[in-house]
Ligand binder design. Structure first.
Ligand SMILES: Nc1nc2c(ncn2[C@@H]2O[C@H](COP(=O)(O)OP(=O)(O)OP(=O)(O)O)[C@@H](O)[C@H]2O)c(=O)[nH]1
Ligand SMILES: [Mg+2]
Length: 329
């Protein structure tokens, strides 16, 4: 599946059908009255969130989207059929913005939630509408109105409560696969993960909490280096971040700083997001070396770090308990 998390599209409600001019013709009625019916209304364009979808891929190939037009009115005061509404399914977490002003029209987060984005035009009036005492045979009619038209920017921001961030190779995907039933690709080279992975981690209460593992960040990601900071949008909605650092790295402190700098550069409040500093691959390091790292860390304010090993299943329960604690507080 190709993962597409933004798209630019143009939508238009259907045009209203025209009213028509017609006169009743009946046997033995010398001058039948006006009988032109009204046009039908144009269909609406409606977004609907669907939890079965995970990508905006469909909109890459479908950028001009029109709802059905209303039909013309008919004789005998028949109103034309209304255009059908067009329902566009989008993944949960899709934000809909006006392209030019950036105004948010809606944010579809709950499965089944709908947003009417473009109303159809009203149908025109047929001449029957203009019958009056003064004018018994009006020839007037009006045309249907055009539907609303909008250029839109769709942006998918995944709905995860916990985000896992870190340098490439830190062990993010290994961690999400140890905690949930997600099966992301894991390998000992950087940039293994190219699109975010979601995993549902069961809480002691039985509910599931969605975790997101995003591609690795590197220095300058905010400026577009590596895979860029593109994917940070998918942790914008998280309540808590797990900042994972490879404990066997030659310089874990610099590693931490690189990620902190990228969070700051990205903006959108990510730098203020509560986070837990977690050292991965614990079994690769002796305890004395762990203590040394802790000593060096005293100078940076980042809270008490944890040491874990996803491979050895060491420290994961402790980490989860801390996560559940932080999520309620
Ligand atoms: N020894 C040890 N190796 C680990 C542990 N966790 C992950 N690894 C290894 O570290 C390498 C990178 O793991 P990934 O989970 O792919 O790392 P990532 O952070 O998702 O990397 P990117 O997707 O490239 O950003 C793999 O070879 C893993 O087997 C661990 O607890 N102990
Ligand atoms: Mg990965």
């Amino acid at each position: 599946m190709q993962f597409i998390d933004h798209a630019n599209i143009k939508v238009r409600g259907g045009s209203g059908g025209d009213g028509i001019v017609s006169f009743r013709r009946e046997k033995y009625v010398p001058a039948g009255g006006p009988s032109g019916g009204d046009g039908g209304n144009g269909g609406k364009v409606i977004f609907q969130a669907d939890s079965n979808l995970q990508t905006l891929l469909d909109f890459k190939f479908r950028q001009l989207i029109f709802a059905e037009d209303g039909r013309r009115g008919g004789p005998n005061k028949c109103t034309g059929a209304s255009g059908k509404d067009l329902i566009l399914k989008v993944p949960c977490g899709t934000e809909v913005r006006h392209s030019t002003t950036g105004v948010i029209f809606g944010d579809l987060t709950v499965d089944g939630e709908t947003l009417v984005i473009a109303f159809g035009g009203k149908g025109g009036h047929g001449n029957a509408h203009y019958l009056s005492n003064r004018n018994r045979a009006p020839e007037k009619f009006t045309e249907g109105r055009p539907g609303e038209e909008w250029e839109l920017n769709l942006e998918l921001k995944l709905l995860a409560e916990v985000g896992i961030i870190g340098l490439p190779n830190a062990g993010k995907s290994t961690l999400i696969s140890a905690l949930s039933s997600a099966k992301p690709k894991i390998a000992d080279y950087p940039f293994t993960t190219l699109i975010p992975n979601l995993g549902v981690v069961p809480k002691p209460s039985g509910d599931g909490v969605v975790f997101a593992d995003i591609p690795g960040l590197i220095a300058g990601a905010a400026l577009g280096v590596g895979l860029g900071h593109e994917f940070l949008r998918h942790i914008e909605r998280t309540k808590l971040l797990i900042h994972l650092v490879d404990v066997s790295s030659p310089d874990p402190l610099t590693d931490i700083q690189i990620i902190e700098n990228e969070l700051l550069a990205y903006g959108n409040g990510l730098i203020e997001r509560p986070r837990i500093l977690v050292f991965s691959k614990k079994e690769l390091l002796q305890e004395t070396s762990q203590e040394e790292i802790l000593k060096k860390l005293q100078n940076i304010e980042i809270g008490d770090p944890l040491f874990i090993s996803s491979v050895m299943n060491d420290g994961l329960d402790l980490l989860l308990n801390l996560i559940w604690e932080k999520l309620v507080s």
